[in-house]
Design a protein around this ligand. Structure first.
Ligand code: APR
Ligand code: PHB
Length: 388
């Protein structure tokens, strides 16, 4: 088989890239390890920056988001028994769209297939070969058979555990990693959200987050120990712990119910440099991971594939190599700023040790942010997303 751009991974990065390329008349094929059902069942974060919303509109996969998505102009910081709103719209002129990544993925898959796009599900890529040549190949398996997809370019959108980085050879890459000494225990429940906007809570017991998927479905998280297990938590134990970490008047409003899903996610910061080797590009989680505190993961995947599509379009339309040569540097400039913000926000909101001064310093910084227009603007412009 042959195509212009071979894409590994049918997550947000791979799917959005295929749509962006298709809009420019560039042919692509996606190979995806999992089944469509598995991909579409993943519970992930739910905050889209304006840049990501714009890309979904650009590729015409925005109808359900416009209808079901929740535009948000602010979020709250809860600390020391109080709640302070960060008005993103007032500070930056922009907001975010609350719309689950699960829904984004479902919309992108449906639209791609409806347009005749090729997505091979249950087709794990085993390796990328000859990416230093002009004819790189994706070796993948389908129905027990080994296949080769010859391409002009390969874009590995295969996440942190994919084969893209491994095909380059991690010894040929500069890898930067920070592991956090805790995880996030998340619950999804069909209960109305406790507030109309998200609440990020700093508490001496640990971090908590109140988020949502709709007016009737909520997503909550509490910081937990790295070695904690979902089976250690009843629904009631989760709700009790969440209440303890929220300001009293917010906790009183909390409506609880049975879990639809409960899971624990580890937190890490991870960056790969460079994000290109010959005709092989890395994009999204394949190249970088951020702690979910700043809701940057999906949005960095979007800016990566925006740059990749620009570079590939310039190549095919004008035989230009400049944007391809600048791809890694262009992506990483934005990636590192988002990694920095996510690291900072995680440090501000989570319990790292039992030293009383640590929590006092965090409360002092939160009190400063609440009382400083400059600090609120800085936080807001990073949260809504820095320009692509
Ligand atoms: N062959 C084919 N597909 C693969 C392989 C492989 N060897 N390895 C991984 N995949 C697939 C995974 O099954 C997944 O569907 O690649 C896809 C990667 O998708 P994501 O992990 O969602 O990564 P990305 O598209 O970059 O989106 C980043 O997703 O996980 C969240 O928090 C993350 O919000 C961020 C967003
Ligand atoms: C979510 O809704 O899952 C979510 C929202 C904001 C975050 C992280 C996760 O920062």
């Amino acid at each position: 088989m042959r195509t212009q751009v071979g894409i590994i991974g049918s997550g947000p990065a791979g799917l959005l890239l295929a749509h962006l390329l298709n809009k420019q008349g560039i042919e692509s094929v996606i190979v995806e390890r999992q089944s469509r059902e598995h991909v579409e069942a993943r519970i992930r974060a739910g905050v889209l920056e304006q840049g990501t919303v714009n890309l979904l509109r650009e590729v015409g996969v925005h109808a359900r988001m416009e209808c079901e998505g929740l535009p948000h102009d602010g979020f709250a910081l809860a600390f020391a028994g109080r709640q302070e709103r960060i008005d993103m719209r007032a500070q930056t002129g922009k907001g975010v769209m609350v719309y689950g990544q699960t829904e984004v993925t479902r919309d992108l898959i449906a639209a791609r297939l409806a347009a005749g796009g090729v997505i091979h599900f249950e087709a794990p890529a085993l390796a990328v070969e000859d990416f230093a040549s002009k004819q790189p190949r994706i070796i993948y398996e389908k129905n027990g058979q080994r296949h080769e997809l010859t391409c002009d370019f390969v874009v590995a959108c295969d996440g942190y555990h994919g084969i893209g980085r491994k095909s380059i050879g991690e010894d040929k890459l500069n890898l930067y990693e920070k592991l956090y000494p805790f995880g996030w225990l998340g619950i999804l429940a069909d209960v109305p959200p406790v507030d109309e906007e998200l609440i990020y809570a700093n508490h001496a017991r640990g971090f908590a987050l109140c988020s949502m998927r709709s007016h009737t479905r909520s997503r909550y998280y509490v910081q937990c120990a790295l070695d904690d297990k979902v089976e250690n938590w009843t629904d009631d134990a989760f709700w009790d712990e969440l209440r303890r970490r929220l300001p009293p008047e917010t906790a009183e409003r909390l409506i609880t119910g049975p879990r639809l899903e409960m899971s624990i996610a580890p937190l890490r910061s991870f960056v790969t440099e460079p994000m290109r080797a010959g005709q092989l590009l890395l994009a999204g989680d394949a190249a970088h991971i951020v702690p979910p505190t700043g809701a940057k993961g999906l949005n960095l995947a979007a800016s990566d594939v925006y740059y990749a599509a620009q570079a590939l379009t310039a190549f095919y339309a004008e035989n230009r190599h400049d944007l391809l040569d600048a791809y890694s540097q262009t992506c990483l400039r934005r990636v590192w700023k988002a990694v920095r913000f996510s690291w900072w926000f995680t440090g501000l909101m989570h319990k790292f040790d039992n030293d009383p001064i640590s929590h006092r310093l965090q409360v002092a910084e939160l009190d400063y942010i609440a009382s400083s227009n400059a600090a609120r603007t800085s936080m807001a412009e990073n949260y809504v997303g820095l320009p692509f």
